[in-house]
Design a protein around this ligand. Structure first.
Ligand code: N7J
Ligand code: ZN
Length: 226
């Protein structure tokens, strides 16, 4: 089973998952000095139409939590996504044992306490998430960094408050509340974008990454697993 230890971590993933050795692998370190601004991206604003989600299930993935949002009406389009419509499939987080680390992307070498990924797939061109994941423009993932501060994030609280019911990998439970994914987005909507991959096996090179520059604030408890 893949993981993050020296014997099963990213350096050996390519043995089992050949795409992990590819040319557009994520995550990356975002070097802000060489990131170029693209004027026509500003023209085609990134727009999202997120609906509040109910009847959501949360899964302990063994590396964090994942909330499935199948058949959700939440859509993403514009910006670097051309003319295609991308639909929210799931959102999940990556975090660490301390708030000093946990994010997958880093910014000028700096890691954040965690990172939320809102995973969308191209419903204009493909018939399923699995099919979309086989194509270079199949997925669009929004990355939002978590910064640790004094104010807790109410929407994240609705999620992490259920984790006590799914202590072990592979366990599911229902989220009783309604979740509004727009509340996960920072107020400043500036982002970096690049063509990359799934950050975990099978590491398919199918992701248009959109990483927001501004982190959202959560508390220490909300972003470290115990
Ligand atoms: N962490 S990530 O790049 O957002 C991501 C998104 C969807 C994924 O599906 C996966 N296996 O089926 N890995 C994976 C990683
Ligand atoms: Zn992820």
């Amino acid at each position: 089973e893949w993981g993050y230890s020296p014997t099963n971590g990213p350096d050996v993933w390519a043995r089992l998952f050949p795409q992990a050795g590819g040319a557009r692998q994520s995550p990356v370190d975002i070097c802000t000095s060489i990131a170029s601004s693209d004027s026509n991206l500003e023209m085609k604003k990134l727009t999202f139409a997120y609906e509040s989600q109910s009847d959501l299930r949360i899964l302990n993935t063994g590396h964090g939590w994942k909330v499935e949002a199948p058949q959700s009406g939440s859509r993403l389009e514009g910006g670097p996504l051309g003319e295609d419509i991308y639909q929210l499939e799931q959102f999940h987080c990556h975090w660490g044992e301390t708030s000093a680390e946990g994010s997958e992307h880093t910014v000028d070498g700096r890691a954040y306490a965690g990172e939320l990924h809102l995973v969308h797939w191209n419903t204009t061109k493909y018939q399923s998430f699995a099919e979309a994941a086989q194509h270079p423009d199949g997925l669009a993932v929004l990355g939002v960094f978590f910064d640790v501060g004094n104010e807790s994030n109410d929407e994240i609280e609705k999620i992490v408050s259920t984790l006590s019911e799914i202590k072990f990998k592979g366990q599911f439970t229902d989220i009783p509340d309604v979740i509004d994914p727009t509340t996960f987005l920072p107020s400043g909507l500036g982002y970096w974008t690049y063509l990359g991959s799934l950050t975990t096996p099978p590491c398919n090179e199918c992701v248009i990454w959109i990483v927001y520059k501004e982190p959202i604030t959560v508390t220490e408890e909300q972003v470290t697993y115990h």
